[in-house]
Design a protein around this ligand. Structure first.
Ligand SMILES: Nc1ncnc2c1ncn2[C@@H]1O[C@H](COP(=O)(O)OP(=O)(O)OP(=O)(O)O)[C@@H](O)[C@H]1O
Ligand SMILES: [Mg+2]
Length: 508
């Protein structure tokens, strides 16, 4: 007899219960229900974190456009026929395809596999940051200007996640130091802080003070902010008058209710003897307008440099640049193009593009290992690269719709109800009564010798599916006469359940 969660169970409990259930004719091995993911954007990070042990930044939940699995499949067809004739793409592609001839790529070689994974790891800083030359130039010019004139100033850098802001700031810091040396100027004192690492927002001031005061005793009676204010309000001795480059990454973490810390930080650049070149980095485009209006009246509104989401061509170029450093070719160019196209359409987040590629590589790795385990004597076809199908699977894994996740996490009897509903509402029928849906559910159960749940349990399960936003139940005095309609796309149901043969047959 199947285990059906009782009416008092919360929808969440139903999901949890689904993990260990093995009911009727559905074998748990076949069910293969994936774990419910907590945060959509974290899933990609999880994929990456499982492969290489290098530490990875744990991102806060990010919004990201979702591509339905249906559209992905349709697009793959288009992608495989479509010709990309952008000059940038063809130039890099030609270079890439030339390497293809010479490549000795062997996916069974652990060292080679490790090298590709590392090249695609987010924590691997590339030697050159391509596609961000203009933004870096603007920031560097600003820093140079301040250093030449010994003038304080502030700049705000904004842009969506994974658009190369932090990476570019690290490059700008190096470039500014190199330039100062070249010009015979004193090297700026640099404070580079990721504000998420601060225990409390005001710690930003101790960090800045710590950089200036190295070797000196801190003044215990006044706060670090007060000490900085005093310091930048008095004329400095020439020996300690180096400019100070402050890079406050993830600056939105400094937002307090009264915006006090942010204001004070920017205000440091307005003090008469300030030497602060402040660069604040965050995602919000309008942070400077929303949170710092006071600064405008005080004449210290920062300059703003926006990092736009990467385009398809830029993502492709970055991926290829990173892979060109390797002496072999592990990815088919079409597969990389598909990744770039999908990621740019969804969010333009480079972190995501790298994670998708690494995930596709893992899929190839599993495939290659599987074939060697089964038939060790059969050689793997030469040059087995990451191809379109690997990339399609990786993209589907990363951009899977939350509806698909929810359906896959349901207990099996609820999945049968969802499957019955998908069948019931095919064609023109928009709604049916609970009794009609129950009839279909019983038919499906019996077709596979599964014992169906009783009508009360069935109604309870429909209520849970209503709460989950999968079904919609109308009000009626008699439960059996309640009308049921489907709130999710049939394509999502088919995609979610396609791995289970039982459901695949049902939905034929
Ligand atoms: N132009 C580029 N060239 C090579 N790799 C890049 C480029 N831009 C981004 N990346 C890769 O993507 C990762 C994420 O970039 P970065 O950390 O700079 O994003 P960000 O804009 O600071 O994002 P967030 O707003 O989430 O902090 C980098 O660690 C790097 O591996
Ligand atoms: Mg960043």
């Amino acid at each position: 007899m199947p285990t059906i969660a009782g009416p008092s169970s919360s929808p969440r409990k139903h999901i949890v219960a689904a993990r260990s259930e093995n009911i009727g004719g559905i074998r748990s091995a076949e069910v293969n229900t994936p774990r419910k993911r907590k945060l959509r954007s974290d899933s990609a990070a999880e994929i990456a974190a499982t492969v290489v042990s290098t530490p990875m930044k744990w991102k806060s939940p990010r919004r990201c456009a979702v591509s339905s699995p249906r559209t992905l499949k349709e697009e793959v067809k288009e992608d495989s026929n479509e010709k990309l004739e952008s000059p940038v793409i063809s130039a890099v592609k030609n270079q890439f395809d030339c390497l293809d001839v010479k490549s000795k790529w062997n996916p069974r070689d652990d060292d080679q596999m490790k090298a590709v994974k590392e090249a695609l790891h987010v924590s691997k800083a590339p030697s050159t940051v391509v596609c961000r030359e203009n933004e870096q130039k603007r920031v560097l010019e600003f820093v140079k200007g301040c250093m030449e004139e010994k003038k304080a100033g502030s700049l705000y850098i904004c842009g969506c996640p994974g658009t190369g802001k932090s990476l570019s700031m690290e490059k700008v810091r190096q470039q500014a130091e190199d330039w100062a040396k070249q010009e015979g100027l004193p090297c700026p004192e640099t404070v580079s802080v990721n504000c998420t690492s601060l225990t409390k927002t005001t710690d930003i001031f101790s960090k800045i003070l710590g950089e200036i005061e190295t070797g000196k005793k801190a003044n215990g009676s006044s706060s670090p902010l007060q000490q900085l204010q005093i310091l930048f309000s008095q004329k400095q001795k020439s020996s300690s008058s180096k400019m100070m480059l402050i890079i406050a990454d993830e600056m939105d973490y400094l937002i307090t209710r009264d915006r006090g810390v942010l204001h004070e930080l920017f205000m440091l650049t307005t003090l008469p003897f300030s030497r602060c070149i402040l660069i604040g980095v965050a995602n919000a485009i309008d942070l400077a307008d929303r949170f710092l209006p006071k600064l405008k009246s005080l004449n210290c509104k920062p300059l703003v440099v926006t990092f736009r989401a990467y385009s398809m061509e830029q993502i492709l170029r970055i991926l290829q640049e990173r892979l060109l450093a390797l002496p072999f070719v592990a990815f088919q160019s079409k597969a990389l193009e598909l990744c770039a196209r999908k990621v740019s359409a969804a969010s333009g987040d480079m972190r995501k593009a790298l994670c998708v590629c690494r995930s596709a590589l893992e899929i190839l790795e599993i495939e290659v290992r599987g074939s060697t385990d089964q038939e060790p004597q059969i050689p793997i076809p030469e040059n087995q690269m990451v191809k379109m199908d690997h990339m399609v699977a990786a993209l589907a894994k990363t951009f899977k719709s939350p509806v698909v996740d929810t359906i896959q996490s349901l207990p099996q009897h609820q999945q049968i109800i969802v499957c019955s509903a998908a069948k019931a509402f095919r064609g023109s029928k928009k709604d049916r009564t609970i009794a009609e849906l129950n009839k279909l559910y019983i038919e499906i159960c019996k077709s596979s010798t599964i014992t169906p749940a009783g009508i009360t349990e069935f109604i309870n399960m429909c209520t849970v599916l209503n709460d989950q936003g999968i079904l919609k139940l109308s009000h009626a005095r008699d439960d059996k006469l309640k009308r049921v309609s489907l709130r999710v796309d049939e394509a999502d149901i088919t995609f979610a359940l396609k791995e289970i043969r039982f459901f695949r047959n049902c939905l034929l």
